[in-house]
Design a protein around this ligand. Sequence first.
Ligand SMILES: Cc1cc2nc3c(=O)[nH]c(=O)nc-3n(C[C@H](O)[C@H](O)[C@H](O)COP(=O)(O)O)c2cc1C
Length: 322
Amino acid sequence: MKKIDIKKIKVIQAPLAGISDKIFRGLIRKYKSKCLMTTEMISSEMLSNNPNARIVEFEDFEYPLSFQLVGHKIDKMVKSAKIIAPFACAIDINCGCPVKKVVVSGDGSAMMKTPELIFDIIRAIKEEVDLPLSVKFRLGWSEKEENYIDFAHTVELAGADFITLHARTRSQMYQGHADWDKIALLKREVNIPVFANGDIKTLEDAIKCLEITNCDGIAIGRGIMGDFTLPYRIEQYFERGVIIPAPTLEEKISMLKKHLQQEVDYMGEKNGVKFMRKFYSYYITSERNASKYRSVLVQLEEQKEILKVLDEILSLHSKNAL
Ligand SMILES: Cc1cc2nc3c(=O)[nH]c(=O)nc-3n(C[C@H](O)[C@H](O)[C@H](O)COP(=O)(O)O)c2cc1C
């Protein structure tokens, strides 16, 4: 697989377990972004014990694609890195996941408590696998234990090629705001590319975040969930200074309908409709009665009922606009 030149990448699709499937990546490409995609986190425990497990079959349009590994055992991380290497353009190590079932075994953001371990893991993978390696991490375990700068130095010294900082602590989970000032501090401290992450939901956010942090690029997660044009619009701003307006509600609903149809085709109506419940609040967030519509939409079980409500939203919206 072709290695990436990270200096040419401005936008990374941040990993989103349970969200970022093939359809998700396809929509990002349909709306013309050439961002670096990232798989959901893949357990090195699982993969190293089932080397023949077919994770997923990836298609050309999904590339450039980085594979994210989660785990803390050196041998299992190296074994997993070697298994995925033929399919990956880069390997990312998850040191940011705050979820209890992940941190309880020392993985995800718990790795920030054991910098010596991440050092050894990076060294060991770099010895065996010739791919760009990145680490995604948080500010630290808690407000009192913020160690992101020391952690970044360790990661850089071990040989990581770039890093992504989600500017929250583990204790914050997803509460409060990402602290972009701290990303700015980090950017001044290291010599490898830094990607800013957290709360970049619009092009304006991206511009502001870049002004504050002076980062090499940004990683976006939830911002894409209701606007697949966002990565492309950010790239266009970076590359050509062009500001492409955000999609209107009409355009977003049309995007949502296509997304729904594709998921239904991919996983069947029952599962597709259930899966799409994760997205409604993001798609219609700008609408005045968003939370009311969301609570209606998440209870529906048939595609045609959803389409009917979406048309109602549109018709009410256009009446209100008159
Ligand atoms: C549903 C969901 C799943 C996530 N899965 C992962 C994951 O597998 N690996 C990871 O490093 N981060 C994961 N994250 C964190 C995101 O990659 C990102 O760091 C976080 O959402 C902040 O960025 P955002 O404000 O752009 O969403 C997940 C976040 C959400 C909301």
